[in-house]
Design a protein around this ligand. Structure first.
Ligand code: 7TS
Length: 428
């Protein structure tokens, strides 16, 4: 496999395609929608820059949860009573919202899961496991979150398959030629992150998908960090699977979605057995339910799904293009401001980057940076970001990471930069 088939694709299409005339984000108004942002931390107004770990929830989502528990709480798909009908309608309505959000062709292609992690494990066990023989290969990249590494390692232990890893360069970009070289007759699945949580890199997923499809290999995209920040169109991407986590998309924790092409999901065995995923059960034989219920065993996170639907309504009304444009501008502003900080080293300087600023500051340990920032009212994450191989690639133990969401503004960045100057003062 070489890059020939990629020629003509031109430059990587930016993640954020700004539609002409898309209205700009009114961040002052948006901030008022998030009650949690209105507080002080250690006597300072909160600056929340840990959005890649989890984002905050707008009043709209909080109210959807309250409304559900106040008026409609009931189990779904089984009740003949009104509450159950209302809960079922809200739950299935949210599936339609996720379908539209991802532009999936069919609502049956949306499976509710706990999050990106469970979505990847589902594909590993239900799609890949029955298809793998010893010596077959799964291809990932060197910038994956642990949840897109460990499920494949477990699968390799179970089947004798081999995990292949496409390297990344010093900027934190995948080496596309190497990626293509690693695609071969034994490759059975490619699973790559759409946007890296540790580096902010936006992967050239269209090129990667095209290269994989050229030799008939299906592709899973880990969209945990992409779906909150840009419009995702699974039909245009033509990926076989896409996973997202609700809690990074302004929805509750414990809920996410797996998109899968219907013909693949149809052919896959259930992931778990239990209630709701069956059509008929006898002790001799069980008939499984149709899509997507075949993959939704047991009582689901009904409130979480409804909250996810409300979060999708919220971001869709603001406009994913407006959100992407705002966060892109903020990243540029922060990157330019950071350049003036003595001793700063950005980890992750890809040409195509989403709103994540991972950095080191001289010899100061990232945890010390995080602690000082916390006392300034600023929440960031420090550590390996569940991407230890990324730290190994850059030969560092950890980074400090500021990650942006739609409600962050230039004041937040200014506060961050001022606090980093304070870190330098303290540590000399
Ligand atoms: N994939 C990526 C790219 C992620 O960033 C994360 C979580 C996951 C998968 C797993 O998502 P979950 O919702 O199933 O746990 N990333 C982070 C992070 O960067 N800091 O905390 C969690």
């Amino acid at each position: 496999m070489n890059l020939r088939s990629l020629s003509g694709s031109g430059a990587q299409k930016p993640l954020a395609v700004v539609k002409q005339g898309s209205p700009a984000l009114d961040v002052t108004r948006v901030r008022a929608d998030f009650p949690i942002l209105q507080q002080e931390v250690h006597g300072k107004p909160l600056v929340y820059l840990d959005n890649a770990a989890t984002s905050q929830k707008p009043q709209r989502v909080i109210e959807a949860l309250t409304h559900y528990y106040t008026h409609d709480n009931s189990n779904i798909h089984r009740g003949v009573h009104l509450l159950s009908e209302r809960a079922t309608a809200a739950f299935e309505g949210a599936r339609d919202k996720v379908q539209r959000f991802l532009n999936a062709a069919d609502r049956r292609e949306i499976v509710f899961v706990r999050g990106a992690t469970e979505g990847i494990n589902l594909v590993a066990q239900s799609y890949a496991r029955p298809r793998l023989a010893a010596g077959d290969e799964i291809l990932i990249t060197a910038m994956e979150h642990h949840s897109n590494i460990v499920p494949w390692q477990m699968l390799c232990e179970q089947t004798g398959a081999v995990l292949k890893v496409a390297p990344i360069n010093d900027a934190g970009e995948v080496e596309l030629e190497e990626f293509c070289r690693l695609l071969g007759p034994r490759t059975k699945l490619v699973s790559v992150v759409h946007v890296s949580n540790a580096l902010g890199t936006i992967n050239p997923v269209r090129d990667m998908i095209r290269a994989a499809h050229d030799i008939g290999v299906p592709v899973l995209l880990d969209g945990a960090q992409a779906a909150p920040h840009t419009a995702v169109d699974v039909r245009e991407l033509d990926c076989e699977f896409y996973v997202l986590s609700g809690h990074k998309l302004y929805a509750p924790t414990g809920i996410g979605a797996l998109y899968g092409k219907a013909e693949l999901l149809e052919a896959m065995p259930p992931y778990q057995g239990g209630g709701d995923m069956i059509r008929l059960v006898t002790f001799e034989h069980t008939e499984y339910n149709s899509l997507p219920y075949k993959f939704e065993a047991g009582t689901p996170h009904i409130a979480g799904v409804i909250g996810l639907g409300a979060a999708i309504d919220y971001v869709s009304e603001l406009g994913m293009d407006a959100i992407a444009t705002h966060e892109d501008a903020l990243l540029r502003y922060a990157t330019a401001a950071a350049a003036d900080i003595p001793g700063i080293r950005l980890v992750g300087t890809a040409r195509d980057k989403a709103g994540i600023l991972s950095f080191l500051l001289g010899r100061v340990h990232p945890h010390d940076i995080g602690t000082i920032l916390d006392h300034e009212g600023i929440a960031i994450r420090t550590g390996h970001h569940c991407a230890m191989p990324v730290m190994q690639r850059f030969n560092i133990p950890a980074t400090a990471r500021a990650s942006f969401a739609l409600y962050n503004n230039e004041d937040d960045v200014d506060r961050l930069i001022a606090a980093l100057h304070k870190v330098i003062e303290v540590f000399g």
